[in-house]
Design a protein around this ligand. Structure first.
Ligand code: ADX
Length: 208
């Protein structure tokens, strides 16, 4: 039982164990967490990996920064506290989807180590795989790409607390995988992710 759980609530066990669920559905859940600057390539890689997994008949689902902030997290901004709450909620959702048997592909700047570590811990406590992937691209390159024009706005002083300009990004110290998108085409990144997923036992060795 979680020591922080509110009083007067009872956890209800279902009739199906995780193993029974996964065996019956032919799936294995887990979370791939992509972290990196805006414009580093997280969303592109996430979409490509999702498409490849689904093509193979694997239940995969993307959780993406901009999308989640349209709905579930529309009440949150970009202060350190709001970013922490953003990541906390997403980690909880990822854990639920992973438990249900999905390979969750979470792509969020997630600039703070402590927030990412909390997401990892949440999965570890539940015995679920969590793979942290650093989407590594130099700030200068992200700024040059500037797919949404946000670096330009930040430089012009029209957007405050923009990651990489006037808000911090803390790179992972010991990520499970690093993808340097300045050098690596998207397909090669997907191959490396598939390798990592195979190693973790979430994807079968042979492609169908
Ligand atoms: S996080 O820092 O809380 O993990 P998240 O990944 O959800 O960020 O959202 C990042 C997206 O929000 C960016 O891709 C960008 O489109 C948009 N955005 C708007 N304002 C900011 C800002 N100040 N810093 C970073 N991203 C911002």
């Amino acid at each position: 039982m979680d020591a922080r759980a509110p009083a007067n609530l009872t956890w209800h066990e279902g009739r199906v164990t995780r193993e029974e669920r996964w065996r019956a559905l032919g799936c294995r859940g887990g979370t791939v967490w992509l972290t990196g600057l805006s414009g580093s390539g997280k969303s592109t890689i996430a979409a490509a990996l999702e498409a490849e997994l689904v093509r193979r008949g694997i239940s995969a689902y993307r959780l993406d920064g901009d999308n989640i902030r349209h709905g579930l997290n529309r009440d949150l901004g970009f202060s350190a506290a709001d970013r922490a709450e953003n990541i906390r909620r997403i980690a909880e959702v990822a854990r639920l989807l992973a438990e249900a048997g999905c390979i969750v592909i979470a792509s969020f700047i997630s600039p703070y180590r402590t927030d990412r570590e909390a997401a990892r811990r949440l999965h570890a406590e539940a015995g679920l795989t969590f793979i942290e992937v650093f989407i590594d691209a130099p700030t200068a390159l992200c700024e040059q790409r500037d797919p949404k024009g946000l670096y330009r706005k930040a430089r012009a002083g029209e957007l405050a607390a923009f990651t990489g300009i006037d808000a911090p990004y803390e790179p992972p110290i010991n990520p499970d995988l690093v993808l340097r998108t300045a050098e690596l085409p998207v397909e090669a990144s997907v191959e490396r992710l598939l390798d990592r997923l195979r190693k973790a036992g979430l994807v079968q060795a042979a492609a169908p």
